[in-house]
Design a protein around this ligand. Structure first.
Ligand code: ADP
Length: 193
């Protein structure tokens, strides 16, 4: 099994690159943003709770997100590996994920961090907001999401750097160039399927 975290601030291209990677390597995609939006869309109790945080650009509480991840991993015992997108987003989530995977006799192998300047992030997210229909893609909430990233999420990079698993790369080249850079790193562990 090969488990990858795609890491980076909101708007860094994690969603786009996850799609490309999971197709090439046949990994199972776990995006907490997508899972949470699905819960919100279905109006579940979890979704109602999460929406309060999401609409303000805050992170949803750790225990809500960690529970959701655990059941998603259990749904796919046949997986070649997982690609985590938008998770872990706090040090507590990273520690919980490490424990969860250890319990399943596996681990995170690689963390690829997409680095994009803040002005470019805001431009991308405002543009996405014109068509995404996402209630958190407006300039006020975007600024708050980026603040949350630097306050709480950036520490996750340090957590995996200490384990020797972190690779930083430029995320503001073209989609194709960025994908090529990412595959160069992944190929050291797993070849395309
Ligand atoms: P982004 O475009 O900012 O990467 P996502 O689609 O991953 O956004 O997530 C949207 C929102 O969902 C976040 O701003 C946050 O409120 C919530 N969320 C997503 N993943 C997590 C997580 N791992 N922990 C806490 N909150 C999360």
């Amino acid at each position: 099994m090969f488990n990858l975290i795609l890491f980076g601030p909101p708007g860094s291209g994690k969603g786009t690159q996850s799609e490309n990677i999971l197709k090439a390597y046949k990994l199972v995609h776990i995006s907490t943003g997508d899972l949470l939006r699905d819960e919100v869309g279905r109006g579940t109790p979890l979704g109602k709770e999460a929406k309060k945080y999401m609409d303000q650009g805050f992170l949803v509480p750790d225990e809500v997100v960690i529970g959701m991840i655990s059941s998603k991993i259990d749904e796919r015992p046949d997986a070649r590996g997982f690609i985590f997108d938008g998770f872990p987003r706090t040090k507590a989530q990273a520690e919980a994920l490490d424990k969860l995977l250890e319990f399943k006799n596996t681990q995170i192998h690689l963390v690829l961090s997409l680095e994009v300047p803040e002005a470019e992030l805001i431009t991308r997210l405002v543009k996405r907001g014109e068509t995404s229909g996402r209630s958190d893609d407006n300039e006020e909430v975007i600024t708050k999401r980026i603040k949350e990233y630097y306050a709480k999420t950036e520490a996750v990079a340090g957590h995996y750097d200490a384990q020797g698993k972190l690779e930083r790369m430029k995320g503001d080249n073209s989609i194709e160039d960025t994908f090529r850079q990412l595959t160069k790193e992944i190929d050291k562990y797993l070849l395309p399927a």
